[in-house]
Design a protein around this ligand. Sequence first.
Ligand code: BGC
Length: 376
Amino acid sequence: MKRTLLLSLTLIAAAAWFSACNQSAKTKEMVKKELIGTHKGKDVFLLTLTNKKGNIIKLTNFGARITWIEVPDRNGNKENVTFGFDTFESMIKGDPYFGSVVGRYANRIAKGKFTLDGVEYSLALNNGPNSLHGGPGGWHSAVWNTEDGGKSKVPTAVFTLKSPDMEEGYPGNMDINVVYTWTDNNEIVIDYTCTTDKKTVLNITNHAYFNLHGAGNGDILDHQMVIKASRFVPVDSTLIPTGELRPVEGTPFDFTTPHTVGERIGENYEQLLLGKGYDHTFVLDNKEEVDATVYEPVSGRLMEVITDQPGVQFYTGNFLNGRMIGHGGKPYNHRTGLCLETGHYPDSPNHPEFPSTLLNPGETFKSQTIYRFSVK
Ligand code: BGC
């Protein structure tokens, strides 16, 4: 009797052990971490995240960037839909922003200047007379720390960074934590958490370029857009907001109903001429769950964007010129990728009428953006 009990207990224990091993093998399979080089004295890794559907995304701690999103079309054919590079060397030398986290201030600050409590701060000018995307040494160019994803049942990548006081001219030591979760529903969930020890400004985003035909497979002019925004942010000739929040109604900026990117992009409308296409922040209505959708009718791929941020920068790759050769040796030509960069409006520190981008010591900035992929 006792021996039977002992045998059963042994069998139960063995089964539990096998299942635990299997579980940890599964966890390992979900996230593969490879060392691909060193940069600025730190190890650079490529993380491959595989969800239960067998779809993969790849990320790297260089710029905390997304470099690969492989999702099926309506016939199940998988293709990478985001811009990136095949090798470590090309990634380091390539476009600074593809797929990266951008900070401390995404988009432009006029003349690289802003004032906090009577103190004027000066930033490096890297975009004509303005400062763009946190300056030349912004977070896109940093080698972030790659943290352990913990016990998460879905594949995750966790990147952290310490941005020192006065880095690129911004006050305050800032701690930044970015968690990418790749759900079984083909959603990239990005969670940002930031704290500071001095009053500062913050506008953090992800700068992925998308082409739902597959990156490098032609232009994005046939992509059908919906952006749930009744107003947008007009800019001057250096792409700095004028301060106006203009109703989209009756303009080529009205994407409250579906329109292709290309339908009105060539119109003789002042804001399209200034932006050389769409390169504007849309003021999100934030009334429904989904804030923007992109549908590509040939493949049937659909991307939905969900954010808690007040705006989204819709950029149609107007400055791409084919000089960047990306995955598979494909050139990224004019308007072959589009960005939906969620965040605050450009130059908010100089526009008190815009939603505030201030972060104070003792406060924790938390924000979430989701890119969800499906077919229809
Ligand atoms: C800006 C564009 C800029 C691009 C760089 C966008 O966020 O609005 O003007 O050329 O980033 O990748």
